[in-house]
Design a protein around this ligand. Structure first.
Ligand SMILES: Nc1ncnc2c1ncn2[C@@H]1O[C@H](COP(=O)(O)OP(=O)(O)O)[C@@H](O)[C@H]1O
Ligand SMILES: [Mg+2]
Length: 280
């Protein structure tokens, strides 16, 4: 599992001319869990979406092992995306499908179109999906329709689906922003445990500073498209928080980030999901 290196990554959104990322450079070691924090609009979603190119970087490199993800052609990009799992705030489940079918859809980048259309997944995928559902605490819910679940359960399905891709890298965008505080802690704990069990490298965008400190190995603070903090969770003192969130009370800033979620993608979550799975 290779390390990830961002080199002078810049993203300028053409329509608005907004420079959302202003020359970002950092490296993440194998198996490291990095929390990316910062106020709403700081560039967190843009940054993680530049890694799997749901958002196209303007310039710069994203090196992952021997690959520069920014210069991959579309077919190599599709293949590479299969190894990059993504978990979303809004879960992006297919409501009318069962929990099991949603989890199996994590394999769509691997099985052929007709195979998946006919719902003819290999037995080993079905076994893996059951094992994952068990791991995330949903084995009793395999046949339940996805829209018949609580928010926390829906996110567990989202986690299981991402892991069905057998990713080496996990990109997680505000996984708990739609959840109550207790469920948020449970979901973050589950994500962190699974990353450690599977030695996954992860970038987790999270507006909740105490949660970030609790579960990450390292915290990177973004403000206005720049890295303004990079350190261990216990180095994130009030001074560091002020550099990230400004003079205002950073707890309020976190609350506002929660209220005002900004979609960074060019498409909706469903569209993203197909690209995440390496289908487009
Ligand atoms: N699709 C887009 N088109 C134009 N500007 C965008 C788009 N997505 C995000 N932005 C802008 O880029 C900046 C960073 O946004 P974003 O990455 O969503 O930040 P965060 O996830 O930290 O809230 C913001 O100023 C936002 O308005
Ligand atoms: Mg965001």
């Amino acid at each position: 599992m290779p390390a990830l290196h961002l080199e002078n990554l810049i993203k300028r959104y053409e329509r608005s001319g907004n420079e959302a990322l202003k020359s970002i450079s950092f490296s993440i070691g194998e198996g490291q869990i990095v929390a990316l924090i910062g106020p709403s609009g700081a560039g967190k979603s843009t940054l993680i979406r530049c890694v799997n190119r749901l958002v196209e970087p303007t310039t710069g490199k994203v090196r992952w092992g021997d690959l520069d993800l920014v210069s991959l052609n579309s077919s190599d990009l599709r293949k590479t995306r299969r190894r990059i799992g993504m978990i979303f705030q809004e879960f992006a489940l297919v409501d009318r499908l069962s929990v099991m079918e949603n989890v199996l859809s994590g394999r769509l980048g691997y099985v052929g179109f007709w195979q998946s259309f006919m719902r003819n997944y290999p037995q080993k995928d079905i076994d893996a999906a059951f094992a994952l559902l068990d791991r995330v605490g949903l084995s009793a819910f395999a046949d339940r329709r996805a829209d018949n679940l609580s928010g926390g359960q829906r996110q567990r399905v989202g986690i299981a689906r991402a892991l069905m891709q057998e990713p080496d890298l996990l990109l997680v965008d505000e996984p708990t922003a739609s959840l109550d505080p207790k469920t948020s802690r449970q979901i973050m704990r589950l994500i962190a445990e699974l990353c450690r069990e599977r030695k996954l490298t992860a970038i987790v965008n999270i507006h909740d500073v105490p949660l970030a400190k609790m579960f990450a190995d390292r915290v990177i603070g973004l403000r206005d498209g720049r890295v303004v903090f990079d350190g261990k969770p216990d180095e994130l003192n009030n001074e560091a928080l002020t550099s990230i969130y400004g003079e205002e009370d950073w707890e309020d800033a976190g609350q506002r980030a929660l209220m005002k979620f900004v979609h960074a993608g060019e498409g909706g979550p469903q569209l993203d999901q197909e690209r995440v799975l390496g289908l487009r």
